[in-house]
Design a protein around this ligand. Structure first.
Ligand code: FEO
Length: 390
């Protein structure tokens, strides 16, 4: 159903209530939406499209509004926003795709859109629709190299595509339930934007310096109070870490489990917030979200066939690839007869500026002296955390 945002400006996307996995990788427990927008003027512009699985809804929305699309602005080439462009071009054969040169090349590669269909724009270029003006702002690396924002000057609406979005399916056009949207947006930031923290910071500043009445991302609800999401992004992308330890763990025969249970209590006793994640039960989005603020990660696992349990290796890979602002890392490991677990996990944690703290490695079930080593690790973490953010 098309929904009016301001006179002549409509949301024409699709809410995907049932989607539970994105890119065959990212769990989306609350569904998502693919937001597309129409600006009706002398000329009609469509800002982005929807995932191809939902293109029928987009076409219906355009039909109900009784518009002929003149321009399809593509802010991002990933298929959940661009994938319906070929179908839109079939229905509106005179429409042109407006995008930056890098995005054009990617759309040619990914969707085989012919070159003559494009109008290319660069930073600061404008496109008049009649009484309304679109301004294009290149914004690479949130989260692909070709991303851009589109600014509707007269109405002060900024279309940011993935940037500032959230994977949540809701009937609210605007972020009304701020608690729900905050959590969904944080998880989304962790999974998609966190590796590009430096870019994120600069775009937050840029958007803050503009006159923006409404932020219209391509996933989740819109923001009629831009400071809500900009302040949140500013905090998540800052260098400030919290007095928190994230413990992704897996245990086969309870030796690791016994150490994790003891260690969690030891950290709590020292006034540290602890977030343990049983890797066989949690979804990786929750783990990613916890990594946004934490100062320390401690990966705990048994040794399987000389190396770490694969679930722990995956957690280490993820913690590395998402580039959180972690300052410290350590490992808790139980093994039966031989182990290269510490070496292998350490190799996976080399990205970034993480200081590795002395791991606790135990043969079999932990003994009295092993628990003392866990207390020692908790003491070291506590001391390190006291020196944080000074
Ligand atoms: Fe929502 Fe990068 O696509």
């Amino acid at each position: 159903m098309a929904r009016e945002i301001k006179p002549g400006i409509y949301w024409v996307g699709a809410v995907d209530w049932d989607r539970r996995l994105f890119d065959e990788l990212i769990p989306t427990p609350h569904g998502t939406s693919y937001n597309a927008y129409v600006i009706k003027d002398k000329k009609t512009a469509l800002i982005d499209t929807v995932d191809p699985s939902r293109e029928g809804e987009l076409l219906k929305n355009l039909e109900v509004l009784n518009v002929t699309v003149d321009y399809v602005v593509s802010n991002h080439a990933e298929q959940d926003h661009s994938g319906s462009i070929p179908t839109v071009l079939k229905h509106y054969p005179d429409a042109k795709v407006v995008t930056n040169p890098k995005c054009k090349l990617m759309l040619e590669d990914l969707l085989q859109i012919p070159e003559e269909k494009f109008i290319t724009v660069n930073e600061g270029d404008t496109l008049s629709l009649g009484s309304k003006t679109l301004e294009f702002i290149t914004a690479p690396w949130v989260h692909w190299p070709e991303t851009m924002f589109t600014y509707l000057r007269e109405d002060e609406i900024l279309f940011t595509c993935d940037f500032l979005g959230s994977h949540v399916a809701t009937s609210d056009l605007f972020a009304t339930d701020e608690r729900e949207v905050y959590e969904a947006a944080k998880r989304y930031y962790a999974e998609i934007m966190m590796p590009f923290r430096t870019s994120v910071r600069s775009y937050v500043k840029k958007v803050e310096s503009m006159n923006v009445d409404i932020i219209a991302p391509s996933h989740g609800p819109l923001y009629d109070d831009p400071s809500f999401i900009l302040d949140a992004y500013g905090e998540w992308a800052s260098d400030t870490v919290k007095n928190e330890v994230v413990i992704p763990y897996v245990s086969m025969h309870n030796s690791t489990r016994a150490m994790v249970d003891y260690f969690v209590t030891a950290l709590i006793r020292r006034g540290i917030t602890v977030k343990p994640f049983n890797l066989t039960k949690t979804d990786t989005g929750e783990l990613a979200k916890a990594l946004v603020d934490a100062a320390t990660i401690v990966i705990a696992c048994p040794t399987v066939l000389v190396g770490p349990h694969p679930a722990a290796l995956y957690a280490a890979y993820l913690a590395n690839a998402l580039r959180p602002k972690l300052k410290f890392a350590s490992i808790i490991n139980s093994y039966g007869w031989g182990s290269k677990t510490v070496e292998m996990l350490t190799q996976s944690l080399t990205n970034g500026k993480v200081e590795l703290l002395e791991p606790v490695v135990v043969k079999g079930y932990p003994k009295k002296e092993d628990f003392k080593l866990l207390d020692k690790l908790a003491d070291i973490i506590s001391e390190k955390h006291e020196g944080l953010n000074r």
